[in-house]
Design a protein around this ligand. Structure first.
Ligand code: C5P
Length: 237
C-alpha cells in the first residue's frame, strides 16, 4: 500500500490518498483539541493509543453487523480505511446527561436518560456544529431521510454493542458521536470511535476516562485512555 498525497488534515487526524482509489490512510496524530480548536496540545502516545483503540472498536462493531470503513492497521499511528463519501452530519447518542445537553437544557449532569437520546448536528466548525434535524438535512441536501434513518438505526445498534462492551470493563458509556459516509451505495460508519469522541465514566466512582479530562484540565488524559483500553484487553505496546 503506497501512501500518496495528504487529502485533509483535521484537528487530530490526517487523511492520505493511496495507490488504491478505494482506500485512504488515516494518521492518528498526538494533537488534541477542544472548544472548536481554541484549546490545543500534543499529548505523547495519544495517536498510537487512539489508532489501536479505534481498530479494536471498529472490529467489534463489524463483528456485530455494523458496516465500518476500517480495513486494517498499517502502523502504530496509521490505519487503512475504505474511501467514503462522508455525510456532513454528526450523530450523537446519550445514555447519561452531560456536556452540551446540560448547557442547552439546564439539566444536571449524570441523569440516566431512558430512552437514550439521538441528536443530529451539522459538521461545520465555522458555525460551531449547530444542531439540525431530519427535515433540515433533507431540505439542504446534507442527508436524505433514508440516510438519516439508517444512520440512526446503526448509531443505536452501536449503543447496544458498546454499552455492554464498556460495562464488561466496569465503565459507563455516557454519550458518543458518530459520522457516516457512503461506500458503493451503502451507509457505512466512518471517522473514529475513541475516547476523543465519547464520554466514558468508571461505573463505581464516575471518574471521567475520556476527553473531558483534557477539556476540563484534569490531567492524565492518555493514561485514562490507556486504562480504558487495558480494561477491554487492548494491547498498546
Ligand atoms: O458536546 P456534546 O455534549 O454535545 O458531545 C456529545 C458527545 O459527542 C461527546 O462524547 C463528545 O466528545 C462527542 N463530540 C465529538 N465531536 C464533536 C461534538 C461532540 O466527538 N464535534
Amino acid at each position: 500500500m503506497e501512501k500518496r498525497d495528504q487529502l485533509y488534515a483535521g484537528k487530530a487526524k490526517s487523511v492520505y490518498t493511496t495507490d488504491d482509489a478505494n482506500r485512504l490512510i488515516l494518521l492518528f496524530r498526538d494533537d488534541t483539541s477542544a472548544f472548536d480548536g481554541k484549546k490545543k496540545e500534543a499529548l505523547d502516545r495519544k495517536g498510537m493509543v487512539n489508532n489501536k483503540f479505534n481498530a479494536f472498536i471498529m472490529e467489534k462493531l463489524e463483528q456485530a453487523g455494523v458496516p465500518t470503513h476500517f480495513d486494517r492497521l498499517l502502523s502504530e499511528q496509521e490505519s487503512l480505511v475504505k474511501k467514503l463519501e462522508m455525510l456532513p452530519i454528526e450523530c450523537v447518542v446519550r445514555n447519561i446527561s452531560a456536556g452540551s445537553l446540560c448547557r442547552r437544557l439546564g439539566v444536571e449532569e449524570g441523569l440516566d436518560l431512558n430512552p437514550c437520546t439521538f441528536e443530529l448536528f451539522l459538521k461545520n466548525d465555522e458555525k460551531g456544529d449547530p444542531m439540525i434535524n431530519e427535515s433540515l438535512a433533507q431540505t439542504f441536501g446534507w442527508a436524505t431521510p433514508e440516510q438519516v434513518a439508517r444512520a440512526r438505526e446503526l448509531t443505536l445498534k452501536v449503543n447496544e454493542v458498546l454499552k455492554e462492551l464498556f460495562l464488561s470493563g466496569n465503565m459507563l458509556l455516557v454519550d458518543y458521536k458518530l459520522e457516516f459516509g457512503m461506500y458503493q451505495g451503502e451507509l457505512v460508519l466512518g471517522d473514529e470511535f475513541t475516547p476523543d469522541g465519547c464520554r466514558l465514566w468508571d461505573k463505581d466512582t464516575r471518574d471521567k476516562l475520556d476527553k473531558d479530562r483534557f477539556r476540563q484540565g484534569l490531567g492524565g488524559v492518555v493514561e485514562a485512555y490507556e486504562e480504558v483500553g487495558r480494561r477491554l484487553g487492548i494491547k498498546f505496546d
